[in-house]
Design a protein around this ligand. Structure first.
Ligand SMILES: C[S@@+](CC[C@H](N)C(=O)[O-])C[C@H]1O[C@@H](n2cnc3c(N)ncnc32)[C@H](O)[C@@H]1O
Length: 270
């Protein structure tokens, strides 16, 4: 049983049961999924690994990681999501919190934090989650975390001006969030409580958790904001050029913050 409090507002958002379809529904979600697969398959250590998927929700990433031959354990605070993940072949799923992982030191080859860091609005809690991931990872293993970039709300507002999209962030909200990163909507159709970070902040939080000099990668990159992204994703040749180009620019420091999501990867010191 965890001693950390999980925000009721975040829990009720994920209790709606929509997370399982997030990465298959929209073109940007589909690009995120394809890029996360491409990045993790290249950046995780080789071989068959013990992988911990922290904040794994219904297991969208755990599923393909298990199919790839890894031994996957998922942890998430939302019991209804964990129940879905527990049905996946090759995946062990438990309810719990990133800030207090119920495993001993050096249990996993890779610990993924793909969700918790942007839902923990208190910096000390984010550093605690990264430190827990580091503790549970074996020396030589990796900790990989996804964050939502600070610019993303404002980019969505820019996009909404030229695109017919259902959920529109207001100009006022998007500008305020661009300044302070604090995302709190009264309307859960927009999203739930989150903190949007600049890449440099994540880099510093990793360092404060004992993981120096992590590598950082743009997940969707700025192409994730291109109107009519669907055409690029659906047409095989265009998709190949998109994915190839993203590999070329993924670690370019000047472009990291212009992506919807960012992946930060550190090796655990031996
Ligand atoms: C947007 S979903 C991401 C799901 C999946 N990992 C992915 O990348 O698509 C964010 C997840 O983080 C989980 N989460 C939020 N706060 C957390 C915490 N303190 N510890 C662990 N997981 C948390 C939520 O329950 C939710 O399932």
């Amino acid at each position: 049983m965890t001693t950390w409090e999980f925000e009721a507002e975040i829990e009720s958002y994920y209790e709606r049961g929509e997370e399982g379809a997030r990465l298959t529904r929209s073109p940007r979600g589909r690009l995120e999924f394809a890029r996360m697969q491409d990045l993790l398959r290249r950046k995780l250590p080789g071989g068959s690994l013990d992988v911990l998927d922290v904040g794994g929700a219904t297991g969208i990433h755990s599923q393909w990681l298990a199919e790839d031959g890894h031994r996957v354990t998922l942890i998430d605070p939302v019991a209804s999501q964990v129940a879905v993940a527990a049905e996946l072949p090759g995946v062990t799923a438990v309810v719990g919190d990133a800030r207090e992982l119920p495993w001993g030191d050096a249990t996993f080859d890779a610990v993924l934090l793909m969700g918790p860091l942007y839902h923990l609005t208190d910096r000390a809690h984010r550093v605690q989650a990264i430190a827990e991931a580091k503790r549970c990872a074996r020396p030589g293993g990796v900790v990989a975390a996804v964050t939502i970039n600070r610019t993303s709300g404002w980019c969505d507002w820019l996009l909404s001006q030229s695109n017919d999209i259902d959920r529109k962030i207001s100009a006022e909200d998007s500008l305020r969030i661009l300044g302070d990163g604090e995302l709190r909507f009264s309307d859960q159709d927009m999203f739930t409580t989150a903190y949007l970070a600049h890449p440099g902040e994540v880099f510093e939080e990793f360092a404060d958790a004992g993981l120096k000099a992590p590598a950082q990668y743009a997940v969707q990159g700025f192409p994730g904001y291109i109107p009519e992204l669907e055409r690029l994703i659906d047409e095989p040749e265009a998709r190949r050029h998109l994915m190839d180009g993203l590999r070329v620019i993924e670690a370019e420091p000047s472009l990291l913050g212009a992506s919807n999501h960012l992946l930060t990867v550190a090796q655990v010191p031996s």
